[in-house]
Design a protein around this ligand. Structure first.
Ligand SMILES: C[S@@+](CC[C@H](N)C(=O)[O-])C[C@H]1O[C@@H](n2cnc3c(N)ncnc32)[C@H](O)[C@@H]1O
Length: 199
């Protein structure tokens, strides 16, 4: 999908309220990761952020340098309405694959599983994540752990730990990548929690 098609596809999903991925709150593994962070000045990006409950939580906890990025302006506008004090300049309407900035921490939450699961695109995601991080920056989040079906219309797209490692290991040191023990119940057993440090 090109950027225009991607933007239209996702904006239509928001207009149709066909947003089954939206859990309405920060997911527990990411919330618990955030809770043990002490440096509130970390420059943090959440790409494919949607309604970005993780960013809302970070902001409420006093993190001052949080950016959310989505290709559709619809969830960004809704986020701004819910969080009028969140800096508008930190809401980025852009294609992740074209975004150029650098961060200390990037949080993954149901973005990777949303785009067509071609190996070249997944490798490009890993490479681009690395490019968006400062030296020793971290990519932290959740990746679905169930097989791909081959149906390119059926999101979320899954994969396996070994497949994901083949994309990440060239660009990151793998600090942890394990079945999440604290997933929300509908996703229990189906998520890997990862902390990858830019190598
Ligand atoms: C499955 S939703 C997940 C949203 C959010 N992370 C959540 O968990 O509720 C995927 C999100 O990624 C956005 N997206 C898809 N492709 C993108 C791209 N290339 N660049 C930026 N955002 C993109 C979509 O607009 C959508 O908001």
């Amino acid at each position: 999908m090109n950027s225009v098609a991607t933007k239209e596809y996702w904006s239509q999903r928001y207009k149709d309220e066909s947003t089954g991925w939206d859990i309405g709150l920060p997911s527990t593994p990411i919330k618990e990761y955030i809770d043990q962070l002490s440096d509130k000045n970390l420059k943090i990006l959440i790409p494919g952020a949607g309604n970005a409950y993780e960013a809302e939580y970070l902001f409420q906890q006093g993190f001052t340098n949080v950016f959310i990025l989505d290709i559709s302006e619809i969830p960004l506008k809704e986020f701004q309405q819910r969080n009028p004090k969140f800096p508008a300049e930190n809401l980025l309407c852009d294609d992740f694959f074209k975004h150029n900035e650098t961060y200390d921490l990037i949080i993954e939450q149901t973005f990777f599983c949303s785009f067509p699961p071609l190996p070249a695109t997944r490798k490009q995601y890993a490479k681009h994540m690395s490019a968006l991080l400062h030296a020793n920056g971290k990519l932290v989040g959740l990746w679905f752990d169930f097989p791909l079906t081959g149906d390119l219309e059926k999101r979320p797209f899954g994969g396996s730990k070994d497949e994901y490692l083949s994309y990440f290991e060239p660009f990151f040191n793998i600090k942890t990548f394990q079945k999440a023990h604290n997933s929300i119940s509908p996703r229990a057993g189906n998520e890997l929690f990862g902390i990858f440090v830019k190598s």
